[in-house]
Design a protein around this ligand. Structure first.
Ligand code: FES
Ligand SMILES: [Fe+2]
Length: 427
């Protein structure tokens, strides 16, 4: 278990106690409504954002042993993260070099010594090299070394796995997320394990919403709605909840529990069972803390464990939301019980948020919708939008640009970003 006890006093003081405060007279509007339903715009987001920025795919705990694999699909790209016999973790396109079938099918699994493509049976080693095609005699002197799985850029940071499908503007993950370092060291994030339920591995959750991905993120980027929409969370930490916006599109939300005695069964029992965590700095004890991973994910810790969750855009009007849970290695029975209750509270919260995302998204299609008028407590929504504004053009336009303008921008961007040329829009 990687939980340093030294030097914790040094990190007890948060490096960013208040975060950025909204400047006087800040622009309280949101992104223009057309960006939530324009297919042409969605394609720009696909190429200029999702495929060229770091995507959070999982944790090394999901692929702990040789032969373990994990997949990550987004917008036409399919990744396979695989632990080799040498213990190395590698990421590849989940795309057979014969005719492109998925080499593995599913979210997560284990193979013994090789991957066998389900289409015609080509066999790959656990380091991605081609062991051999089926019926090698049907090929005339094939050079197997030219047909290994194609690699994808991957970086592991405090155990969390990040993928990038094409080169992009962000620095290495460790530099990008360095503002979170002290907390992740304190939690021992690199030593997290897959969460269990009873004796079994707890399966990741996933559900699909008929909304643009930004409508999910907008709801998650502010805590103004907690008091009204999340009775459980409000009881748990509503008195002490804060959203902190940081530089570079990062944000931390934190709520400390243990204030007013809760009435709800699950919250009351959670607070009773959540064991003291003396190894954590005081500011992280009895706290639920959420670390934003721009543009579409969050890593969240409670004193009993962690989860990652986020939204994967499927089409301009549909989004898959997914999550995975983790536990600490030396989990006591009491901590496990508290972790179950935390998950229960969290699932209720997630359901409530899904409804809010649907309402928010629907509003964009109404003729009566003017714009957001954000509270200071929703500054995180604006910061996220500003981060998008820094990357993508036209976000100050009240109406959608003509398709030709979008095309011209894309063409110009393609001249300076040739790596995007290989990604043609989806039909
Ligand atoms: S597509 Fe994989 S073996 Fe044919
Ligand atoms: Fe919420």
């Amino acid at each position: 278990m990687n939980r340093p006890t030294q030097a914790l006093q040094a990190v007890d003081q948060s490096p960013h106690p208040e975060g950025l405060t909204p400047p006087a007279g800040w622009d309280r509007r949101g992104l223009p409504g057309w960006t939530y339903h324009s297919p042409a715009w969605f394609d720009l987001e696909r190429r200029g954002l999702f495929l060229t920025h770091w995507m959070l795919a999982g944790h090394v705990a999901d692929v702990a042993s040789a032969g373990d694999w994990l997949t990550y699909d987004i917008l036409g790209e399919r990744a396979l993260i695989l632990r080799g016999r040498d213990g190395e973790l590698r990421a590849f396109h989940n795309l057979c070099r014969h005719r492109g079938a998925r080499v593995v099918d599913g979210v997560q699994g284990t193979c013994r010594s090789a991957l066998v493509c389900p289409f015609h049976g080509w066999v790959y080693n656990l380091d991605g090299t081609l062991r051999g095609p089926a019926r090698p005699d049907s090929y005339d002197g094939m050079d197997r070394s030219a047909f290994g799985l194609k690699p994808i850029e991957m970086q592991v940071w405090h155990g969390f796995i990040f993928l990038r499908f094409h080169p992009g503007p962000q620095p290495d993950v460790a530099d990008w997320l360095s503002a979170y370092d002290a907390d992740f060291v304190a939690y021992g994030a690199a030593g997290l394990e897959e969460a269990t339920e009873g004796e079994d591995r707890l399966a990741p959750w996933s559900s699909e919403l008929p909304v643009n991905w930004k409508s999910v993120r907008d709801v998650d980027n502010e805590g103004y709605h907690v008091a009204m929409a999340h009775p459980g969370l409000q009881e748990l930490y509503g008195d002490d909840y804060r959203d902190l916006s940081l530089e570079g599109g990062l944000n931390i939300s934190v709520g400390r529990f243990g204030g007013t005695p809760p009435r709800t069964w699950s919250v009351r029992n959670y607070e009773r069972l959540s064991p003291p965590q003396p190894h954590l700095p005081h500011r992280l004890q009895r706290a639920w803390t959420y670390y934003g991973i721009f543009p579409n994910a969050v890593i969240a810790f409670t004193p009993e464990g962690a989860q990652i969750y986020g939204e994967t855009p499927l089409t301009v009007r549909s989004t898959r939301i997914t999550g995975r849970n983790y536990k600490f290695a030396d989990e006591s029975r009491q901590a496990r019980a508290a972790r179950y209750l935390a998950m229960r509270i969290d699932r209720e919260t997630s359901k409530e948020d899904q409804q809010l995302s649907i309402w928010s998204d629907e509003s964009m299609a109404s003729s009566a919708f003017d714009d957001f008028h954000l509270s200071d407590l929703e500054y995180g929504v604006r910061r996220h939008h500003d981060e998008l504004r820094a990357i993508l053009p036209f976000l100050d336009r009240p109406t959608a640009p003509a398709a030709t303008e979008l095309d011209q921008w894309a063409e110009k961007a393609l001249l300076t970003r040739p790596e995007l040329l290989s990604n043609q829009p989806e039909p």
